[in-house]
Ligand binder design. Structure first.
Ligand code: NDP
Ligand SMILES: N[C@@H](CC=O)C(=O)O
Length: 359
């Protein structure tokens, strides 16, 4: 029975939920998947760094409330988030990157991913910045170092939209993709429909763990812009820059707009889309749209997201599921680890607890 040792970079909602999942279901997962999971390093801006090559005692660590964690008080701990050192020289063989998404240049996550791949470590990430802005280059880097770069959670959280596109639409010509790709904005629109004030709805989404560290990215459409870039590359083979994706968010919409739309049988949704034009180029945009009740995306409510692939032989194929949430997104990381195992196999998992991966 093999095992993977994980380094968690950023210990906010998502990576903490991954640690909870491993602590609560580790044995069950081991029996089902055929390999164990151990967390050997964690870094976080506020908590610092913690490296324990024999495995961190997760139940003990998780007993401390998120805001009160201080790794410097623990064996193998320090006050600073020593990301580069932990990623490059630490004992982990898979790096789970879940720091904040930076839509401007992808940093510091982009460097975290590069350091890991260059050090011959697999990466799984829910961070949209590196994937949208440098995805093809990072995939090449991973291939050159014989490791995997997995990012299922970068679009639609734990809902397997990217693996559906990669594995289940083969043989079809996909001409475009459109969908509701941001849980926070869809949640806010629902709350506006119920009469809530915009700032209150944003605060609720933050408290529930759906919103970005800076929710401007959610409400102004930048988060969907990144997701459209990711899908356009995965599905249409297009390498779009942010400026190629016209972007308008939902911040101007009010409860009165919702009531007015409802009176006409419409619902406001934030829709992202990428469509191949006749000349082969791709038209991509993010904008609010008042959709008629019979539109496949009109009934998608709360943090549920949905993406429709437009295909030649099947018409529209629509996948819906959670688009945000700590646990849901932690599952995306687990699904990435499973994909790494399938690709690289038992040869890369520790064969016994005593045998070191790189030893
Ligand atoms: N939550 C969700 O529903 C989803 C999230 N994602 C993506 O997953 C990632 C993580 O999300 P989530 O856990 O919700 O976000 P959080 O803000 O809860 O967690 C991010 C953590 O990373 C820490 N951090 C920031 N910068 C650094 C750094 N340089 N070194 C070490 N740690 C750092 C933050 O510390 P501090 O708080 O002190 O800044 C925080 O603890 C984001 O990129 C997000 O876009 C993707 C899909 C869904
Ligand atoms: N803030 C994002 C999180 C997932 O990507 C969202 O609300 O969809």
């Amino acid at each position: 029975m093999g095992r993977y040792d994980l380094s968690l970079i950023g210990f906010g909602g998502v990576n903490r939920s991954l640690a909870e999942l491993i602590a609560e279901r580790g044995d069950e997962l081991k029996a089902e998947l055929g390999f164990g999971l151990r967390v050997v390093a964690i870094t976080d801006l506020r908590a610092g760094s913690l490296v324990q090559a024999d495995g961190i005692d997760l139940p003990a660590l998780l007993a401390t409330a998120p805001g009160e964690l201080d790794f410097s008080r623990m064996a193998g701990g320090s006050t600073e988030p020593r990301n580069q050192q932990v990623i490059q020289d630490g004992p982990g063989d898979i790096v789970a990157e879940a720091t904040f998404t930076n839509p401007a240049d992808g940093e510091p996550a982009l460097s975290h991913v590069r350091w890991a791949l260059e050090a011959g470590k697999h990466v799984c990430t829910t961070n949209k910045g590196p994937v949208a802005l440098q995805g093809p280059a990072l995939k090449d880097l991973a291939a050159r170092h014989g490791v995997s770069f997995e990012f299922e959670g970068s679009v639609m959280s734990g809902t397997p939209i990217l693996r559906t596109a990669e594995h289940l639409l083969t043989g079809l010509r996909v001409t475009g993709v459109e969908g509701i790709m941001n849980g926070t904005s869809n949640y806010i629109l629902g709350r506006l429909e119920a009469g809530a004030a915009f700032p209150d709805a944003v605060k609720e989404a933050q408290a529930l763990g759906y919103a970005e560290a800076d929710p401007t990215a959610d409400v102004e459409g930048f988060d969907v812009q990144l997701k459209v870039m990711i899908l356009a590359h995965q599905v249409l083979g297009a390498n779009l820059r942010r400026q190629d994706v016209a972007c308008e968010g939902i911040s101007q919409l009010t409860p009165a707009d919702m009531r007015d739309a409802a009176s006409r049988g419409l619902r406001w949704k934030l829709v992202g889309q990428a469509t191949r034009r006749e000349d082969g180029s791709v038209d991509a945009r993010v904008a609010p749209a008042a959709l008629p009740a019979d539109h496949p995306l009109a009934a998608i409510s709360g943090t549920t997201n949905a993406v429709s692939f437009h295909t030649d032989l099947l018409g529209a194929v629509t996948v819906s599921g959670p688009g945000a949430g700590r646990t849901e997104t932690a599952y995306a990381l687990l699904s990435d680890i499973i994909a790494i195992h399938h690709r690289h196999g038992a040869a890369e998992a520790h064969r016994t607890p005593e045998e070191s991966f790189r030893g």
